[in-house]
Design a protein around this ligand. Structure first.
Ligand SMILES: [Mn+2]
Length: 166
């Protein structure tokens, strides 16, 4: 299955529209927070399920969780914004939290920097990914999102899509 992954859209609805159009057919969208209304908008534009979490600039709305786990194709994906786990200084707490949830993939945002890294945890390897920001990148590259292809028994494949790329 194909999973679109975006984060930190920060109220840029145009960026959300672009990502949906560029991604084409995906089976699921993940939005890693900042801001929740963008994930709601994503759900209106796309016909597939959107799983999303709250970011540090999202006011508590009583229904959007800080973390969640999505099961797909034999994988467990831990989705969180990342500020709770101090991701600006270390990915250790994020990996620990993912492992506590039995996840082999951890998706976060917050830093606005694209990252894809296989990190050794205490119980195995966790694939840690950050799709960057779809509207306010901080890595000197154009805005980005990811498309992850998951197949049971295969290593996840990740495509990084930058804004305006064909
Ligand atoms: Mn944030």
């Amino acid at each position: 299955m194909k999973i679109g992954i975006m984060s930190d859209s920060h109220n840029n609805r145009y960026a959300v529209e672009w990502a949906v159009a560029r991604a084409g057919d995906v089976d699921l969208w993940l939005h890693a927070g900042d801001c929740v209304p963008d994930a709601t908008y994503l759900g209106l534009l796309s016909s597939v399920t959107v799983e999303n979490v709250a970011g540090n600039t999202d006011w508590p709305d009583g229904k959007t969780p800080d973390d969640l786990v999505v099961e797909a194709e034999g994988h467990r994906i831990f989705l969180t914004h990342g500020h709770i786990y101090g991701v600006r200084s270390t990915l250790e707490m994020l990996v620990d939290a993912a492992e506590r949830e039995g996840a082999d993939i951890a998706v976060y945002g917050h830093t606005h920097v694209v990252l894809q890294e296989l990190i050794q945890g205490s119980g195995g390897e966790v694939l840690v990914i950050n799709p960057g920001s779809i509207s306010q990148p901080r890595d000197g590259k154009p805005p980005a999102f990811m498309i992850m292809t998951l197949e049971a028994g295969c290593a996840p494949e990740i495509e990084i899509v930058h804004y305006m790329e064909k």
